[in-house]
Design a protein around this ligand. Sequence first.
Ligand code: ZN
Length: 443
Amino acid sequence: MRLWIKDPLAILAPEAERGVVVEGAEIVECVGRGGTPAAPFGATFDASRHVVLPGLVNTHHHFYQTLTRAHPAGFGKELIPWLMAMERVWDRMTPEALRIAARMALVELLLSGCTTAADHHNLFPPGLENAIDIEVEEAKALGLRMTVTRGSMGISERDGGLQPDSIVQDSDAILQDSERVLKLFHDPRRGAMIRVALAPCSPLAVPQRVMTGSAELAERYDARLHCHLCQSLDEDAYAVQAFGKRSVDLLEDAGWIGPQTWVAHGIHFNDEEIVRLGHVGVGVAHCAAADMAFGMGVCPTFDLEAAGMPVGLGVDGSASNDSSNMMEAVRHSLMLARLRYGPAAITPLDAFRWATEGSARCLGRDDIGAIAPGMQADLALYRLDEPRFSGAQDPIAALALCGAHRADRVMVAGRWRVIDGAPEGIDLEALIASHKAAAKAFA
Ligand SMILES: [Zn+2]
């Protein structure tokens, strides 16, 4: 049945003033000013009180961290001491706890208007070998589109690394499970609901064999590669001291420098690296909240884009953000870019471009991130009837500038997954109660 989402208050799409027509999982028509749908439609949705955006796309997260938000073990610490302290909390993660953590992260994202999520799951203590399977099950149950990244950590304290022995895996186990989940879950086709990417935590956190082996597997299965890169100045200092090379060069040695790769943070590239990465289109998941939380510096978003690098947004893990709200990520990225480039250089539309088209490019997708015929029907609809919007003149800019927080309606692949601000099929109060109860084990 064709559904006309009719007469939006505003819509982030060209020549769609009278809305869009959805059929099955796709947008089939944009209806311009003064027009009506070209083909008969079976239903209408009155969007006259809604601002319609393409569904937001999150490119970096750590779902399990929703159980350790605002955790005192992390207070007052720089990035590495924070990570070392928190990893000794996270190593208690169980399959049951991960399931409830993922469900909460997905619901939060969805309620903020996110329709596609990428999660960097890199925590595999004994007993949690099926972490990727759990995340796939939860995304399918909720109806979010997802790139689940099979993360890994392979160098522990025993080998001179930072991670506790309890959460690292050996290279064979990492690569075998990477191939297992690619075979089981990865769908490279247009319109896919689940894709798998391979994501060693960073080139410094795994043996080189895991980096090269991941690149080979990604090529064989037409999948993508992801890791943290150039988040802190310390990282490159360590890479040079330990390996005699900067981290971008380690990535190059492993066969990762290509359009199949997107990295998280990407703050501290030098000029030559930006040219090199831009030439081949390596993407960056810009995680403004976490970058500010740790005083990491300001991602050179416009310079990266000018060089040819796709820039998307990520909320990053809920122990550093400490929320999973994609509209907050839009606002944070807008304000942070103004700090670097000045108020004349960036508008809310730039931040929305990052959260939609840019994020979609990071995930290697040309079927999401925009409202146009042939694109997947992933839409986020917001109402401007909260006090924070009262008096706003430009409805789309208002979402970013006044701080929209919650979508009223969210559609993924043509199905409403949020109706009247509530996630379909989820008892939110019960979810919060069970999530809070699970978090007690991580105090
Ligand atoms: Zn991260």
